[in-house]
Design a binder for this molecule. Structure first.
Ligand code: SIN
Ligand code: FE2
Length: 226
């Protein structure tokens, strides 16, 4: 059976769009992300408490960015090294969210993960956001990875499949809090990134649209429904 079909049929809320971006769209998005990274360079996040460095390097764009260090995981409006605001989210990312998220407000954070050949990410839930009714929308560029996804409980059954350059994956609905991670990068599987490795972009909603202090974002969200 096609593993993609069984994947989405078995797990409501998990939506997989293989080849969502064609090569040209991937190259355009990559150029926009490279521009973001000149303003907000990749940094090495550290584990809460232990301070152990992640193997993945990160940056963000949008009003909030996800960071981690000895003090814990959090969203912050500022880059942890430069102290500057994160650059705005490129239009191509907002457009993908608008098409895939099925959510009436704009994304507020896009985490940019860069995986070198030996980087991986352990199983975790994305749960630092205030609103789990908004999905997490993921786009992949560059080398393929072996992606692993399970259910809502740590230690439950998991399965793995390849995410290739241009693929989109949505963790929404019942799969919003599914455990997920990256087992390994398949070096040399894509020519998109000259330096090799994999970029993953995950858009998230951080606050609830009615939270105080985001009136401008709620207003901006209405743009989607004009
Ligand atoms: C993440 O869970 O933050 C990243 C997932 C991925 O790299 O595909
Ligand atoms: Fe995640």
């Amino acid at each position: 059976m096609n593993p993609t079909a069984s994947l989405t049929a078995d797990q409501p809320g998990l939506r997989f769009y293989p080849g969502y971006l064609d090569r040209e769209a991937q190259a355009e998005l990559l150029a926009a992300i490279r521009q973001v990274l000149t303003e907000a360079p990749l940094f090495t996040p550290r584990m809460p408490k232990s301070g152990r460095p992640f193997s993945v390097r990160m940056s963000n764009c949008g009003p909030f960015g996800w960071t981690s260090d000895e003090a814990g995981y959090r969203y912050s409006p500022n880059h942890p090294v430069t102290g500057r605001r994160w650059p705005p989210m490129p239009d191509a990312l907002v457009a993908a969210w608008q098409e895939l998220a099925e959510y009436p407000a704009r994304p507020e954070a896009c985490l940019i993960n860069y995986y070198g050949t030996n980087a991986k990410m352990g199983l975790h839930q994305d749960r630092d956001e205030a609103d789990f009714t908004a999905p997490v929308v993921s786009l992949s560029l560059g080398d393929s990875c072996l992606f692993r996804v399970g259910g809502m409980k740590r230690g439950g059954p998991t399965r793995s499949f390849r995410l290739n350059s241009g693929d989109a994956l949505v963790l929404g609905g019942e799969a919003r809090l599914a455990f997920h991670g990256v087992d390994r990068i398949q070096a040399g599987s894509s020519t998109l990134l000259a330096e090799g490795g994999r970029l993953n972009l995950t858009m998230r909603r951080v606050t609830r649209p009615r939270d105080k202090g985001i009136a401008d974002w709620a207003a901006a969200a209405e743009v989607f429904h004009e």
